[in-house]
Write a protein that binds this ligand. Structure first.
Ligand SMILES: *Cc1c(COP(=O)(O)O)cnc(C)c1O
Length: 414
């Protein structure tokens, strides 16, 4: 979203205020052209020909978005059996879906086998179980390489006491299980967290997986997961995927020459593909001046965008209605009855009640982490595609929220 002649415009000249008028607020808006740009950027970064990008759909599972990624040629990365089912609904072929859950029960894995998707196992007990239940179904193994990576402890998942993956130090044990059960290992996988800045983390991860890969003769792919950081503010640093593509393509090709067969190099970005494509628009309900602070209060809250409260994440915030007013310093808060702070001491063009406020970087983990807390309905979603705006999810209603409640007629009980 950019300022053009002192008005904010979305791609194709679409007016965000008109969208808010038509669909109401709060409103999530996603720009397909930004998603496509990011997808082309990452696929274009690698000179190694055999690269496959799986969209980590937990970032944003709206079926319309998933269909776009399928059209552009991506596979899908799923962390639950429901995401697998959504992927199939969106038209992905089972072989293009990667299922990498954590602490899933055997029943979920059974279903994944039945659906024919690629499966990553991330614990030794589950590997042992595999021999008993699905010995002949090839699998990948999620390795924890113990690289400290990622923006903060909630999104860093590769450290020594992380619950994810099988420790690289337990590789001898893994090999014993694989051998005794006669398992076919077709992939090695790692995913060490989110917001990784240093491409060396991926290169070191690759080295660790290469070393392990020599022990698995049936290997078809190596998946280096994700964790690409995107910019949140002007001049913010981001993962240099071009540098990564260049360095890793060379390294990967060399490794494949060495072992004498071509492996597929895989990544599974979520945030990188959709974060910058999304905006959350909300309306200012009140401006409240206290003795120390001026609060801008909105018709949304942590129930719709939890990232600032949950991860301390930064979202650029602008006054869409009056971008040219003199900036003032505001603390931007939501309407939830808990501490519900989006931003502290932000310079924003002077806000009055009724103004539309826009949040950037709301495409990934925005709507997906939304809840009905305080019994407020979740927002509608709009997709901008080839110059048109499409409603891709209706705003929830009170009826939606009580749909699965079963009414107890207390008079009839006693
Ligand atoms: C969450 C997740 C991803 C995507 O992470 P991003 O930081 O959004 O790119 C990829 N792979 C797995 C296994 C994940 O759990």
């Amino acid at each position: 979203m950019e300022l053009v002649n002192n008005h904010y415009q979305l791609t194709g000249g679409i007016d965000p205020l008109a969208l808010c008028k038509e669909y109401g607020t709060p409103l999530y808006v996603y720009d397909a052209s930004v998603m496509e740009r990011q997808y082309q950027r990452i696929t274009g970064a690698f000179s190694y020909p055999n690269v496959r990008i799986h969209y980590a759909c937990k970032a944003l599972t709206n079926l319309a978005v998933m269909r776009l990624f399928r059209r552009w040629g991506a596979g899908l990365d799923c962390v639950s059996i429901q995401e697998v089912q959504l992927g199939l609904m969106a038209g992905f072929k089972p072989e293009d879906i990667l299922y990498t859950p954590n602490f899933a029960g055997m029943d979920e894995y059974d279903e994944a086998v039945r659906l024919g998707v690629k499966i990553n196992i991330d614990s030794i007990p589950m590997l042992e179980n595999w021999g008993l239940h699905h010995k002949h179904v090839p699998i990948g193994i999620r390795i924890n390489p113990h690289l400290m990576a990622g923006g903060n402890e909630k999104i860093s998942v590769g450290h020594i006491d992380s619950k994810f993956g099988i420790s690289i130090h337990q590789l001898p044990h893994v090999l014993r299980v694989v051998e005794s059960q006669g398992l076919v290992i077709e992939g090695l996988h790692m995913h060490t967290g989110s917001d990784i800045l240093d491409v060396d983390v991926f290169l070191r991860g690759a080295d660790i997986l290469f070393e392990a890969a020599r022990k698995f003769p049936f290997l078809k792919y190596i998946d280096l997961g994700s964790g690409f950081k995107v910019p949140y503010k002007a001049d913010d640093i981001e993962t240099d995927v071009e540098e990564l593509g260049e360095k890793l393509s060379e390294k990967f090709a060399e490794f494949c020459r060495e072992i004498g067969h071509e492996l597929t190099l895989m990544f599974e970005p979520g945030k990188f593909l959709v974060s910058e494509a999304g905006y959350l628009f909300a309306k200012c309900t009140q401006v409240k001046q206290t003795t120390s602070t001026v609060f801008v209060g909105l018709d949304t809250g942590l129930n719709h965008l939890i990232r600032p409260m949950f991860y301390g994440s930064y979202h650029k915030i602008v006054n869409v209605t009056e971008p040219t007013f003199k900036p003032r310093i505001y603390t931007v808060v939501g309407n939830i009855c808990e501490t519900d702070t989006f931003a502290v001491d932000r310079r924003i063009a002077e806000v009055v009640e009724g103004d539309i406020i826009g949040f950037y970087n709301a495409g990934a983990y925005g709507w997906m982490m939304a809840s009905n807390y305080n019994s407020r309905p979740r927002p509608a979603e709009v997709l901008l595609y080839q110059g048109e705006a499409y409603l891709i999810r209706k705003r929830e209603t009170l009826e939606d929220m009580v749909r699965n409640q079963v009414q107890l007629q207390l008079e009839e009980i006693s």
